[in-house]
Design a binder for this molecule. Structure first.
Ligand SMILES: [Zn+2]
Length: 173
């Protein structure tokens, strides 16, 4: 497994709709494994393929937070939201592509998601709590959408300016 560099906002690849995965081959399996390793190393609870520069509909997540609990590494290929609750939940979200910036985002509290697993099997599960927020945040990435797109323009512009500055500093270092 290999750690892959995580793209930082602003980057046109983070604003691009990712392509449907037609076949789960070795490249897709390797991508899923690399993304999990990259996510755990960051550390983060979710990562979408466009964040490592691959414009395919693949995301990984593990929202197990309890101390000592077994991890639950998940790889979702072609995930789709089949149902969303009317009830909303507010979480302070962050993003590995927008480090150290956090903001409250309202999203459906529960969602039912279908996807294909790396073994090719069809999966369907209802997520709630942090898992529901995370899977929606990551599916947004596959559609070229970032959590800051839910914020008021001024707040979004402020965060984007901070990120541009951070990228300039990183480029110089
Ligand atoms: Zn993100």
């Amino acid at each position: 497994m290999t750690l892959r560099p995580i793209l930082l906002h602003p980057d046109p690849r983070l604003k691009t709709r990712a392509a449907f995965v037609e076949t789960i081959d070795d490249d897709v399996r390797r991508l899923g494994e690399d993304m999990l390793e990259t996510m755990y190393a960051a550390p983060g609870i979710g990562l979408a393929a466009p964040q490592v520069g691959v414009l395919s509909r693949v995301l990984v997540m593990d929202c197990v937070k309890e101390e000592g609990a077994a991890p639950r590494p998940m790889v979702l290929v072609n995930p789709a939201i089949e149902w969303a609750s009317d009830e909303l939940n507010t979480y302070e979200e962050g993003c590995l592509s927008i480090p150290e910036q956090f903001a409250d985002v309202d999203r459906p509290a529960e969602v039912e998601v279908s996807w294909t697993a790396l073994d090719g099997s069809a999966q369907r599960e209802r997520f709630s709590g942090l898992w529901a927020t995370c899977v929606q945040h990551e599916i947004d990435h596959l559609d070229g959408k970032l959590f800051i797109d839910y914020l008021k323009p001024l707040r979004r512009q402020m965060i984007t300016r901070r990120m541009q500055k951070l990228k300039r500093e990183k480029a110089r270092a």
